[in-house]
Design a protein around this ligand. Sequence first.
Ligand code: URA
Length: 202
Amino acid sequence: MAKPPAEPLPQKSDIDACRRCELWERATQGVAGEGSRKARLMLVGEVPGDDEDRQGKPFVGPAGKLLRQLLGEAGIEPADFYLTNAVKHFSWEPRGKRRIHKTPTQRQMAACNEWLEREIGAVRPKVIVALGATALRAVTGTRVTIAAARASDLHHSAGARIFATYHPAAVLRAPDDDAKETLMRALIDDLKRAAALASRVE
Ligand code: URA
């Protein structure tokens, strides 16, 4: 049977104009997903950080740079993936002069889910990689743990296989170099596994 036509990809101007929750009020701009529309692999993070908010692009700060490095080490080319977040406006609280990341609330995530669903409908990935628990919750719509997701065969309603792994920020927060190295290796292995799966499923 022929595939139904892909939905249009939400544009940055759509995300900028979003008023579905209040996060836009304190953010500089919306941060839309980025990458190939033909990608078989979609990576979903949590929420843009301070650098992403200023630059209007996903995964350009420290965690994003690390993720891009690890994707390269896993042999995954930029043309092979689409990168986005569960929530599209920076969520933060002040600490002195700094803006510190704040995990989005359940209500903010639910409000933003329409954008993620539209991206999934437009890209139609074979595998969705949830980076961390918040992303996993957004992609599955349930409070499943990373460990439980890894032990089961989860699918998105659009058909994509859901693959859960660590958020790259977990590597940056690791208490010492050994822990950092272990997490980095695990993340690279997971990215390789997800890419291999994406290339073989129909
Ligand atoms: N962390 C995320 O989850 N997303 C980004 O875009 C940057 C950091």
